[in-house]
Design a protein around this ligand. Sequence first.
Ligand code: ZN
Ligand code: ZN
Length: 444
Amino acid sequence: MRNLSCAAALIAALMSSTAHAQEPKGDVAWDILSGLTSEVGPRMPGSEAEARARVWADARLKALGFSNVTVEPFTIRGYVRGRDEASLLAPIPFKLAVTALGYSGTTPDKGVEGEVAYFPTLDALKAAPAGSLNGKIAFIDHAMKRAQDGSGYGPYGAVRRQGPAIAAGKGALATVIRSIGTDNHRNPHTGGTTFPDGTKPIPAGAVSNPDADLIARIARSGKPIRLNLTLTGKTTEGLPSGNVFADLPGRDPSLPAILLGCHLDSWDLGTGAIDDAAGCAIITAAALKAQEGGKPLRTIRVFWAGSEELGGFGGRDFAAKHAEPYALAMESDFGAAKVWRVTFSMAEANKALSDRIAAALSPMGIVRGPGTASGGTDVAPVIAKQKLAVVDLDQDGTHYFDLHHTPDDTLDKVDPAELAQNVAAWTEVLKIVANEAGPIAAVE
Ligand code: ZN
Ligand code: ZN
């Protein structure tokens, strides 16, 4: 008996130390985040799971009291993951932590084997002579570092987006890249790559940062490196996807609405908590909170886009199908860490409006940044089409690329207090912009 009660006490102590024990009850944002990650799970673009996510979203948005809840289907060119394996064969045998990139070419079941040609940068690969990679596996390194604004992702992300196609053009058998990420765990980071028309896709994978360190160290020693790469996934045409949107009608339906974007799909290594269940949770909870104390003047539309991860299909489909005018667009797709900065794309004539927003956020420690707001992949096409004003609430990205597109993108990484700070910041902005009676214009 005594032993049993000790065991029970130990189990209780262990349970109280998990994130689960601290989950906020009855919190709209947390419930969406928890529901999408735990009831739906990973939501690859074009997958059966993404379809279940649309059904889940439709039911949840209706249950939360949204009107005009709409699922709008389209089809995409998707990527269906297969078996991802890689091993160093020489100078030492070692099993690598690898993931296929979206739209990778497909290897035979036994994989492909070749000598590694090491490139410290994408520019070094670009400088390689035509045909110099015939029969070789190109390895592309890079030096992405963590930054509060996540600014490394644009330039270093080019290694993933363009590197495999450039290597293919020079005759490479396959490409392996250092993961586009800032952690030092043996988690590879996935993400989409692109092969332009006329370039035959080659197998393309990413290895974890420690594995990339090992390859770089051996390459510097001058020893030949041989590698086996097995990526059996397939690019597949005509997969079903779709967008979900829903409205909280304003007092004056004749005024253009406020459009809030996030994406419902995710990569499949984790459960897509920070990318981007958190974004959908934040915008939806804030849209509801902005109704407290009186219905705003303008309608607020939440737009949960499909298939963002393989090239922004949902945003483009939405812009193509929708002609109704919007007043302003915003997007949340950068995790769940605190908002630290606000930027605007707003006409000089709306300076008083942007000043009021900045003043409302200032007591939360959110600073007004230089530069222009741009929204995100999901709202960008409609912003471009309608030349919309934009407000960006920039989240702290210091740790975002430790988790982004990895097996570690899971619910326990979200701090409920930081999630709540996001909802509070978005609510402040919505209460102002959704009650603005006059025209809101983009920066000229
Ligand atoms: Zn995202
Ligand atoms: Zn992503």
